[in-house]
Design a protein around this ligand. Sequence first.
Ligand code: SF4
Length: 314
Amino acid sequence: MLIPIGISACVIGEKVRFDGGHKQNRFVTEELSEYFKFKPICPEVGIGLPSPRPAIRLLETNGKQRLVGSQDSDQDHTDKMVIFTDKQIPQLQEMCGYIVCAKSPTCGMERVKLYIENGNTVPGGTTGVYTRKLMEQMPWLPVEEDGRLQDPVLRENFVFRVFALNDLYQSIKGNLTRDAIVKFHSRYKLVLMAHNPSLYQTLGRLVATINEWELDEFFIAYRLQFMDAIKCRANIRTNTNVLMHMQGYFKQLLDKKQKAELADLIMNYRKGHLPLLAPLTLFEHYLQLHPNAYLQSQRYLNPYPKELRLRFSL
Ligand code: SF4
């Protein structure tokens, strides 16, 4: 089943930009489309603007950010955009992620140019009007910009979060039970250790109190904290800790030579001489020889389809 995610329509190749063109991202159209079902949205077309159209920008006046014509700031589209966004977001609740177009005053996620009256820009910029509301109203949703998807680490983290949120929804589909959430959480223990050791502890304590909660409320709190935790990117240090933790399961099962080989791969990964895939592949091999239900259930070993090749450069 394809995973539903939202996307700025220009990023998927629709000619909706102010200049009549698009900003198609090939990773999206050629690789992610195998796994994701995209819902393309162009908020500027959504408020009735044509393509091509005069460029618009964000202007700060009297402490408020307005979406106005670049050449004519009396052309104010802010209110229409807010109405469009408020209507659109409730229809996105099933989405497991959102890819937005960088730099756009409407869709940009960060460092969007924010002008002030004298024509200068505010250092650091801001977030596009539509995406700001999206992130405020769905704070658990993985959101990423098309440009940032070129970075292998950011790309892996975004795609992983989309698969994880989809896994959460599938785990409780038509059956939101305490057992389903606890089982989901159990499958992500190593992932959480790698992504955010401190939130791993916090989430563990939260799950331990699940019987004291009204279940719907628990799910909302858990989803937010879980998605927040995996937003932190795993790094060599935290991945090494997880690998060493996994190594402990094989203490009694491997002979001296095999243990040395495994330890060597982990150390070489830690030193940056080998990718994460090297020790993980050996773990997979040892798990074939010595099955372990807990380790084999861990999403850490199998976070998304291998064909995406996202771990090659980690
Ligand atoms: S960045 Fe957003 S508003 Fe601009 S063309 Fe793309 S989808 Fe439309």
